[in-house]
Design a protein around this ligand. Sequence first.
Ligand code: DLL
Length: 451
Amino acid sequence: MTNVHTAAEPLVTTTNDGLDERETWSRDRLEEFQLEKLKWSVRHAYENAPMYREKFDDAGVHPDDIREMSDLAKFPFTTKEDLRRAYPFGMFAKPLSEIPRIHASSGTTGRPTVVGYTHNDLDAWATVVARSMRLSGVRPGDMVHNAYGYGLFTGGLGAHAGAEKLGCTVIPMSGGQTDRQVQVIRDFKPRVICCTPSYLLTVMDAMRDMGLDPADSSLEIAILGAEPWTEPMRQEIEKGLGLKATDIYGLSEVTGPGVSGESVDHQQGSTVWEDYFYPEIVDPDDLSRTMPDGEQGELVFTTLQKEALPIIRYRTKDLSVLLPGDARPAFRRMQKITGRTDDMIILRGVNLFPTQIEEIAVEIEHLTPHFILELHRKGRMDSLTVKIESVPGVPQEDITGAAQLLRRLIKNRIGSTVDVETVEPGTLPRSQGKYKRVYDYRMDEADLTRS
Ligand code: DLL
């Protein structure tokens, strides 16, 4: 047994097979720990972050009200807007002198949200990423090609620290310069790649363009996240590269990648590191309703040990379901994210998520997984065009047939009538990180119609 230093609970024992002791706890032991840490975290937020004191006072709640985990539901939510209002450092519960690192997430609109970490927070973050990677089949001594972006985005440095902590050799590639990435994979022969699923498609295409068969690469494990992706996409990636693809989830407001990670043996949703992040599922249409495990809703997280930026009941806007543990029985899993409440497209009254289109598109022969969605407004009617690349070298009549099939399957399975436009291979923008799939021109066109 060796001792490893981690966050607020300073010493965690590591058993010889590399699991830290908490990973082997019973549910009861974990719940006891969670309650103790929740009390600490709520009090820490109240006493050191004025926004929380104000919020809790307004809601008539106090840290003393936490007697059991279910008391958390009495506390108000935290939102991205709270962080934006506090821009840049207003929600920090520690002075900057104790914060060696900041990150920020740009979001699609408005000010970025800025997050900070103490040394203990950074260590805790590395611990959860290391656990996630281990669960994905990565072992000390493996070489890890890290193509998550380094910088303000948490992906690059987060995955990097976790892989180092696990005892791997890290290639700090960051995103972009895809031809160079392919060369490095060919020459250094990493076993593991970390990047967004859409960027891995870009890398696969680049391999093919360079005359290489992606299945011949040294890669055996891909740890993919930062954006929604579907089971058919997993199969496409696994088949193309001849590897196992696992999911990693996280968000900067809660820590970064590693809030949960998926077991390579099960590939059935990712294990939430509940000793650091307490998950709840709430009904997005009635936030006062906490949903039981097994039911879908919006994920909400409370940090249990974070020092620099404690987060109480953060509304992620991500839709998921909490499930019983698999590889780490005490820790619940979350089902793969199907979409964000923000990404939901309402097309003439029918709700749809880009992932539903991905699921169908990836299965159709002669079409590639490269597609974007364009929303237009024609008069009073909204319309959705799926622009999708065809496979190189396929005769036009087969491409037309594939486009018709896609249109029909979307109508049958989702209930929406869409336009499908196939485009030449290689003409849509390629992902360099998080892929922007939806282009919404409806507001511009509504303005044009009015003027
Ligand atoms: O994307 C952290 C991360 C980096 C996770 C690398 C995994 C790998 P943000 O930039 O703050 O942080 O974006 C967080 O990305 O609320 C989800 O909507 C989405 N997201 C993250 N991981 C997944 C995933 C990072 N595995 C937002 N599946 C989250 C689906 C994901 N969506």
